[in-house]
Design a protein around this ligand. Structure first.
Ligand code: A3P
Length: 327
């Protein structure tokens, strides 16, 4: 009503009626003349926006893919930072998102865009299971190409657990973690959720497809990628990104016996293997955990098979194997 002051009115609007609107959503000034006039940037900056994103999920080989593609002279990753390292996490983290569009563009080296066919890109594995990230990416980068990697979700959960144990002082063992329910200490239960939740692949993929057409989404079989990334790297360059100068992947990666993985190769022909936190050595999970995870992901994996078939994606090998054991 007209009795309210502007600030009271704003309070009513954002707190009582439309709390969802408290966070802004950035659309792209390069696609809208009116916004372009209001923006404190200019049209030449439009080329800095990334052309593709590696969106995760975490622990599926996203860093390896990021480093391998970075070896291509036309593909330029975002600059590293001290907090989230090679990840920007712009679309999934509210505080970072509020830094705004110009901040986002600052994370890319504008000098890199030397040729018409150069592409900036970023990888943030936190995007995959964030509905907010999907919405925000769609608003800012509606034509973006997206890459995601799917590994067997039980192994992914265990890898995530190993990652948390290695970098924090938590000591709980994996069998005990899986038995926790929401009555237990919230920290530990939260850890269990973080291990299991991103593996609900079908649910998240369905959401992504609500925002983006399937031709913009490339799905990698994570186990195939881990054992030999070469065919996948060629296919991404040629078919998905349609690079002007694709490089034969045997020049981008080579198998390293010591690391026991394929490693990126620098232009001086040196191995650039990932650090010790990628490709950790840990004992096999117990048969209890394996069975728990098989049951836990049973319906999720069945839904994933349906989903991938309905959308003309091929099934990852681990899912074909899962399907056979169901018969
Ligand atoms: P583990 O350390 O559990 O084996 P992300 O970078 O998304 O966090 O994924 C980490 C996982 O990438 C590692 O999990 C490892 O298995 C996998 N990976 C796949 N290809 C790799 C490679 N070429 N070098 C190192 N790790 C790789």
């Amino acid at each position: 009503s007209s009795d309210l002051s502007t600030s009271e009115l704003a309070r009513k609007y954002f707190y009582d009626y439309y709390p969802d609107e408290k966070m802004p959503i950035f659309t792209n000034p390069c696609h809208d003349e009116m916004l372009m006039n209001l923006w404190n940037g200019n049209r030449s900056m439009c080329r800095i926006f990334p052309q593709f994103l590696i969106v995760g999920p975490q622990k599926t080989g996203t860093t390896a893919l990021y480093s391998m593609l970075s070896q291509h002279p036309d593909l330029h990753p975002s600059k590293k930072n001290f907090i989230t390292y090679e990840e920007l996490q712009f679309f999934s983290n509210n505080t970072i998102y509020l830094n705004g569009i110009n901040w986002y563009l600052d994370q890319f080296d504008s000098d890199n865009i030397v040729s018409e066919w150069s592409m900036n890109f970023e990888k943030s594995a936190t995007y995959f299971d964030s509905i907010l990230a999907m919405k925000r990416i769609k608003a800012l980068l509606p034509n973006i190409r997206l890459i995601m990697i799917l590994t067997e979700p039980g192994a992914r959960a265990y890898s995530r657990y190993q990652h948390e144990i290695a970098r924090t002082n938590q000591t709980i063992n994996f069998d005990d973690l899986l038995q926790l329910n929401h009555n237990h200490s919230s920290n530990q239960f939260h850890l269990k959720e973080r291990c299991l939740q991103p593996g609900h692949y079908a649910e998240y993929l369905r959401q992504w497809l609500n925002y983006f057409p399937s031709k913009q989404i490339y799905i990698i079989d994570g186990d195939a990628f881990r054992y030999d990334p070469r065919t996948i790297l060629n296919d991404i360059q040629i078919r998905f990104l349609q690079l002007k100068n694709p490089i034969n992947s045997s020049k981008l990666v080579k198998f390293n016996r010591k690391k026991d993985f394929f490693c990126p190769i620098s232009n001086k022909n040196h191995f650039q293997c990932l650090g010790n936190s990628k490709g950790r050595h840990y004992e096999k999970m117990s048969s209890y955990s394996r069975e728990y995870l098989n049951n836990y992901y049973l319906l999720h994996n069945q839904k994933l098979i349906q989903f991938l078939r309905n959308n003309n994606y091929s099934l990852p090998l681990w899912l074909i194997f899962f399907n056979r054991t169901q018969l």
